[in-house]
Design a protein around this ligand. Structure first.
Ligand code: NAP
Length: 350
């Protein structure tokens, strides 16, 4: 893959403890830097409480795959309860424009995930050179379709289309991606509630919750300020009473600022950018980045790494999401969750 960078920080050996997140078992108990993580059986899957400690060790792997599976199981139960009680099946419509292979894969995965929990999914595929009006017409049909509770327009759209215009056309009641300006505006305002929270940042916060990471009063740093990840992640952390700093491409001293953080959410798209020296001992790290890097030993000639140098970070942090298997599975789980929330709200079902 010509576009890939080779960035590696794997020379440092890792003693990472992998956690499978199964219910009902004491899975791990670990001390790192200034913080101690303690896991226990929990109805929500994994559970960690953070306390002060001084013994150095390696980080807990925040198992997004296991947490997402728990959430999907919860959704499956709720979907069947809803079907049995009121005869309604939540429905998600996905609009895919163009032939991008990665977008087609994402859409296929979303459809599969819907099927796995009993959510109905519909897909509309439009040609790369279709008009913006055709996309708007599909959105309008789904806005009016009572069997559809969530509408997702797969991004990026072809360059001749006005993304803002298209996203604005999705009914706010069915905006399961949470990208409508009204939803983002409500997320930013105190005392207002968005109907939906964007899936990836929602997944990051859900991981912190499910691992019992305290957010209130903590210093958080979000690296990246994109509309779909960094910016809403920062707003969510602020809503949970963290003190939040945002780092972007013009930030002058990112390393110094990041080193202050108890919680780091990295959403940059730069492989291994956050090194061990950026991390405060005991910090909790949510790594959103998904970056392919050349690896002649990997079956496909590349492997995926995050924005954080995992091998270095896991020696210093108290907990960290792996890539893959961290935030990625949570994003799809949150899309299913948002679709269920929408169907429940529209049909007034508790
Ligand atoms: P994006 O739209 O390209 O935004 C990247 C952000 O990083 C921008 O705000 C940019 O700052 C900032 N940035 C770039 N270089 C920087 C640097 N050297 N120092 C500090 N900040 C820098 O990317 P995105 O859509 O948010 O995605 C970020 C990463 O997350 C990608 O790897 C993507 O594949 C991954 N992702 C994963 C999931 C998932 O489900 N796991 C979902 C979405 C995205 P400026 O604003 O100043 O340009």
């Amino acid at each position: 893959m010509a576009s890939m960078m080779f960035t590696d920080c794997s020379s440092i050996s890792s003693t990472l403890l992998h956690v499978n997140g199964r219910r009902g078992a004491i899975l791990f108990r670990h001390c790192v830097g200034q913080l101690r993580l303690q896991s226990s059986a929990s109805a929500r899957g994994c559970s960690i409480s953070i306390r002060c400690s001084s013994s150095p060790s390696s980080a807990t792997s925040v198992d997004g795959k296991a947490v997402a599976k728990t959430i999907r199981d919860e959704i499956t139960l709720d979907v069947s309860r809803m079907k049995e009680s009121i005869g309604v099946v939540p429905g998600l419509a996905v609009i895919l424009v163009g032939d991008r292979k990665d977008s087609a894969t994402y859409v296929r995965n979303k459809k599969k995930a819907c099927e796995s929990v009993g959510i109905k999914s519909l897909e509309v595929r439009l040609a790369e050179d279709c008009s913006e009006e055709q996309v708007l017409k599909s959105i309008s049909c789904f806005n009016d379709d009572p069997s559809i509770h969530g509408i997702l327009v797969q991004l990026p759209l072809p360059s001749h289309m006005d993304e803002q215009n298209i996203l604005n056309a999705v009914s706010i009641e069915k905006d399961v991606d949470g990208f409508h300006p009204l939803n983002i505006g409500r997320l930013a305002m105190r005392g207002r509630e968005p109907l939906f929270v964007p899936c990836t940042p929602k997944g990051c916060i859900e991981l912190l919750h499910r691992y019992n990471v305290e957010i209130k009063g903590k210093r958080a740093v979000v690296i990246g300020r994109s509309n779909i990840v960094g910016m809403p992640a920062a707003l969510l952390l602020q809503r949970e009473d963290a003190t939040v700093s945002i780092i972007h491409s013009r930030t002058k001293n990112p390393e110094e600022i990041t080193r202050e953080a108890d919680i780091i959410i990295a959403a940059v798209g730069k492989p291994n950018m956050v090194r061990g020296s950026w991390i405060k001992p005991g910090a909790v790290i949510i790594d959103v980045g998904i970056n392919p890097v050349d690896d002649p030993n990997a079956p496909r000639g590349y492997r995926l790494v995050g924005d954080v140098c995992y091998e270095e970070a896991c020696q210093i942090a108290s907990a960290i999401t792996p890539v893959p298997g961290g935030v990625g599975p949570m994003t799809i789980a949150m899309l299913l969750s948002n679709t269920l929330i929408s169907a429940k709200r529209i049909h007034n079902f508790e």
